[in-house]
Structures are given as C-alpha cells and as structure tokens.
Design a protein around this ligand. Structure first.
Ligand code: HEC
Length: 141
C-alpha cells in the first residue's frame, strides 16, 4: 500500500501542478493593428472608474497623489519587460502569477460574482490595452 506521505505529496503536486506552469516570460501578441497612443494610455492608467493602476502601483514621474504600494513601482518597467510581456500582464496577469491581486483588464473567464450588467465585458477595450502598453514602454528609467 502506498504510504500516506507519498499520497499526500502526489496530491499536493497535482493540486499545484498547473500553477507551477505560470510563466513570467509569457508574451501576448498585439490586440489591434492600430499602434498604441502613449498619451491616451496615461489617461487610461489614471482612470479611477476602471481600477486605476495607481491604486496599486507608483510612477515617480507622475504628480498624482496617493499612489499605491501593493504592486511594484512601474518606474523603469520598460527596461525589465518587453511590450508582449507587458501586454500579457494587462490582459490577464493571472497567466503570469496565478495568485496575483492585479485585475485581469482584458479577460472575461474565471471571474466570480460578476454583476449581470458586466457579464462578458472587459475592463479595457483592445485599443485601451495597446495604449496602456505604449505608455508603459515610455517608462525606461
Ligand atoms: C489591485 C492591485 C493592482 C492593480 C489595480 C494593478 N496592478 Fe499591476 N501588479 C500588481 C501586483 C501585486 C503585481 C506583482 C505581480 C504579482 O502579483 O505577482 C503587479 C505587477 C505588474 C507588472 C509587472 C511589474 C514588474 O516589474 O514585473 C506590470 C507591468 C503591471 N503590474 C502593470 C499594471 C498596470 C498597467 C495596471 C493598470 C492597467 C495595473 N498593473 C494594475 C497589482 C496591481
């Protein structure tokens, strides 16, 4: 008979297995043919009606007060990630970091208790995502 410890280890491995497949280098292709507009992207980033990035992140070059500290500062993020990796985090950061608190801005699957009015809708449109990526790519240092 298999030892209970082995069964436990196997069970835990199966339970966490798919999560171990999360990939920080995961890249998402562009969502539109239209190149992103960084100026519009900054306005989207600040949009308090759609889970502003600044609730959780800080960007030292912005004058905005009460910037967040729950996520890493986004200063210099363009030196750490390329546009595809940046896009993947905005579209659905759970693919990169399964337990993340960062909202999936362009995904409709795997959400809980979504209000009837918002079922099937994303927080950001495809062009919003491209504009935000274009803005983030300006944060080189
Ligand atoms: C509710 C909090 C929250 C919000 C809102 C949020 N994020 Fe995040 N974000 C995080 C956390 C926490 C991480 C760290 C990764 C993790 O969770 O494992 C992160 C990681 C990131 C990263 C990777 C940074 C790095 O250095 O690797 C980027 C880029 C990013 N977020 C951009 C954004 C953008 C752009 C927005 C708005 C569209 C946003 N985030 C909104 C919490 C948030």
């Amino acid at each position: 008979m298999a030892s209970p410890i082995l069964v436990l280890i196997l069970g835990l491995t199966l339970a966490v297995g798919p999560r171990a497949m999360a990939d920080p280098t995961l890249s998402h292709p562009p969502l539109t043919d239209q190149p992103g507009d960084p100026v519009r992207g900054l306005a989207v980033v600040r949009d308090a009606s759609r889970a502003s990035c600044l609730i959780c992140h800080s960007i030292a070059t912005l004058p905005d007060r009460d910037q967040g500290g729950l996520g890493p500062p986004l200063d210099g993020v363009a030196a750490r990630l390329d546009a595809g990796q940046m896009r993947q985090r905005i579209v659905d950061a759970r693919r990169v970091s399964p337990d993340t608190i960062m909202p999936p801005y362009h995904a409709t699957a795997g959400l809980f208790a979504v209000g009837a009015k918002w079922v099937g809708q994303t927080l950001y449109s495809a062009q919003d995502v491209e504009d935000v990526v274009a803005f983030l790519m300006t944060l080189k240092d």
